[in-house]
Design a protein around this ligand. Sequence first.
Ligand SMILES: [Zn+2]
Length: 530
Amino acid sequence: MRVSSRSGAAIALIVALYLALSSSQVALVSHATAQTAPRLDYTIGIADAPGHRFHLKIAVSNASGSTLDITMPAWTPGWYTIKPYAANVIKLQAHDNGKRLSMRAVDKQTYRIETGGLRAFTIEYDYLANDLSVNGAELTEKRGYFLGTNLFFYVPGHTTDVPATIKFELPAGWRIATGLKRTTEPNTFAARNFDNLVDCPTVLGDFDEETTSVDGKTIHVVIDPKGQLGDEARASLKEMIQRVIGSQSRMFGGLPYDEYWVLFVGGDNVRTGGALEHENSTNLMVGRMPSDPKFLLGGVSHEHFHAWNVKRIKPAGLVPYDYSHEQYIQELWFAEGVTSYYGDLHMMRAGMITSEQFVQRQGGQITGLQSNEARRWISVDDASTTTWLTYTGGGPFTVNYYNKGQVLGFLLDLEIRGATSGRKSLDDVLRYMFENIYKRGRGYTDDDVEKAASEIAGRSFKDFFARYVHGTEELDYNAALRHAGWRLDETQADQPNARAAVQYRIVELENATEAQKTLRRGLLGQTGNN
Ligand SMILES: [Zn+2]
């Protein structure tokens, strides 16, 4: 936490704010402006359900000066693509008890309101929600779904320091599923700031909901539309989610939130699928629920691991989030690829896949990387930075940082285990970053990852990062695999239409030593103390 304040009173306010937040929600409160900044409180209703229009009312208070700028996000954190949310705003007006205030557009998503010194007034508009997407919003007669980046204006410069309330005015019988905090007022929720407000995807209507508990924290599993899974399948899905979350909780010594929402949002009209991570929830877009809910677990394992890696252990370039334009960071290989590696690891640790399947998957990732010529041209750092060009739909020539990042995570894990005779692992790097970077209110850079890995392994990873993270050298697979008594085996694909001409598999090293086999059992969770 960085504090810049001028008076003791301001410091006291910050300390009070800080203490008011649970230890799991260390906010990056950077300015003592909560008392002086304009405050926005939101009411969400329905203007026209068949016409897909929400109605938004924002009560502005604590304004100062003769004008106030309000702006809409241009993207949703975690989904690295620009989207014209402001284009869906309809009949925007600001008024003082019905008396219209003049306003003008400053840029494509920002408006300047002539307040004439008013402290409080109202902003109203409809929002066209006809985009059932992982970063979109939809309203029909049966349900509503949105991410706050779609719907809500904010005051530029005040995304981290001003709390807000959100009140829902909904048809009778509609329920609300959201990670936002309930208040004592009915249908009213509280957000600690704009970041928190837009980090809570929300499902409205009549959905299936199961709840369970892991290490004292409530986990909600919501399936919308309802009725897609029978009682037994829902119970089994809940139990599997509980096991995966339990495995991740054991790695970090507890869960970093008060409660968590797994939101499966579906329908035949899903435009952009995928899933998105949030501090205490995930929205997973599924056209239709699969008959075997086990197929959903890989996505849950990945997204839930993000509750640590990227939502709390956060690249410095995302602190704070800037919703107005692209934020360029080179650490997505770690934020996404290493998360994918842990998605697989926890699927194995929770017994969702076998150790053979886990090893096979890592071989599959190596095949994917080695069959991509771009790996010799584009570093994984650069692929992260330029992801905004290719995030939706891919590109003709790019490195997939989910793929190379996962392979790098696997190799780092093997190298750390190798350097410490299996006493330490990549788990320790993640725990180190959670304790020493996130909990100290900082974001991380590639250098922080390199230093953490070097410190934990007791050997330098400078060369590893220079060659494979910042550079485009071929990875030395066998050097890493040898620690676990493995080697890489390559075979020409026997199918002429196979996606990769050469298939890579991880196989047993002839005459692997006992020490290597012990290290392998540690990685595969076969020693009881991984
Ligand atoms: Zn992810």
